[in-house]
Design a protein around this ligand. Structure first.
Ligand code: FDA
Length: 318
């Protein structure tokens, strides 16, 4: 119930306008978001790299509704790929297609994505297409398979979510075409028609898909903080004699840092997803939905902000 409310709030842009400059909300976001600028993201990645951890940088932003915004976001990504190369960071990037104009037109989105992939190709880098809600799953996979992957098979990969009933089939398809997959559980609220309502089923499906990807997939990203699943992955690769260089664990910036450091110390490859930028609100809300214990803190600050604005409005101040 709380999770669905938080996910609902994550889709309310008016709330973001309310909390955008709230100091406490920003402080809360700073746990999960590496600042608002490219420089702050570079500093965060340098710290991770020094600890033997690689990164995937995400310039925060979701669906855009005009071409100018999509092109501006793409130009930022091209600059980001250049900044990764210039600063010799061990990092790639993650991109949401809706931020690249997917909701405007597939042709525009293709032009934009090819400009990003072209730059990634020049720098021998990699671009991961984040997966959004289930309304986008078919479109994202088809777009990837038809328009991007054939041109840049070494520079682009997708994300599949174990919460979706269809994912086992998508995993087999990804293995068959030889593309790189990041496997996660799925951060969006989905109807039971398309997703498993029970967490136990989501976790079971994760393990089945993970084992297939570890055994037969191309350098999968095992994206989870779930200690049981991580233990199962370690046991599986040991049993099957799968070399640690054939896959990587992936985690989110600021989540289970203890586990991140432990994995790196134990000699596993680990990539941390590092979001940055001004559009942090929906991302923050999804992270809170995963762990509502973090919520008391931020709710207090939002309510305080709301009350003080209400008071200012009623006394006629700006
Ligand atoms: P689960 O939610 O079961 O959590 C397992 C344990 O991890 C918890 O018990 C807790 O200890 C810890 N934990 C998890 N979330 C936490 C939080 N926010 N704060 C503190 N502790 C927390 N989703 C998506 O739909 N599309 C995508 O493209 C991506 N991309 C992506 C990249 C990477 C690198 C990661 C790690 C995750 C994603 N996700 C995603 C998010 C993913 O779908 C999922 O919502 C979160 O990873 C939480 O799921 P877990 O697998 O960690 O398990």
């Amino acid at each position: 119930m709380l999770r669905s409310s938080l996910l609902f709030l994550s889709r309310q842009p008016s709330l973001f306008r309310l909390v955008r400059h709230n100091r406490l909300a920003k402080a809360m976001a700073s746990r999960f978001v590496a600042g608002e600028t490219v420089d702050s993201a570079v500093t965060a990645v340098q710290r991770l790299n020094a600890a033997g951890i690689t990164a995937s940088l995400d310039l925060l932003g979701e669906s855009v509704t005009n071409e100018g915004e999509a092109r501006a976001a793409a130009a930022e990504y091209v600059r980001l790929i250049d900044a990764i190369a210039k600063n010799k960071l061990d990092a790639n990037v993650s991109v949401k297609l809706t931020a690249m104009g997917q909701d405007i037109s597939d042709d525009l989105c293709e032009t934009i994505m090819l400009s990003i992939l072209d730059r990634a190709h020049q720098h021998e880098s990699f671009v991961r297409l984040d997966m959004e809600g289930s309304a986008y799953t078919t479109r994202t996979i088809e777009f990837f398979e038809k328009r991007l992957y054939p041109r840049y098979p070494d520079n682009v990969g997708i994300v599949l979510q174990s919460s979706l009933r269809r994912t086992w089939t998508d995993v087999e398809r990804a293995i068959a075409i030889g593309c790189r997959v990041r496997l996660c559980k799925g951060a969006y609220l989905e109807p039971a028609t398309v997703a498993f309502p029970s967490k136990a089923d989501v976790d079971r499906n994760y393990v089945t898909c993970m084992q297939a990807l570890l055994e037969r997939g191309r350098y999968p990203g095992i994206a989870t903080h779930d200690p049981e699943i991580i233990s199962l992955a370690k046991a599986y690769v040991a049993e099957q004699g799968i070399d640690r260089s054939r896959f990587e664990f992936q985690m989110l910036y600021g989540v289970r840092r203890d586990l991140q450091e432990q994995l790196a110390r134990d000699g596993y490859r680990l990539r941390v997803y590092v979001p940055f930028g001004t559009q942090w609100y929906p991302y923050l809300m999804r992270r809170l939905a995963e762990r509502p214990a973090n919520l008391a803190f931020i709710t207090g600050s939002i309510v305080k902000e709301f009350m003080s604005r209400g008071k200012r409005a009623s006394t006629g101040s700006a």
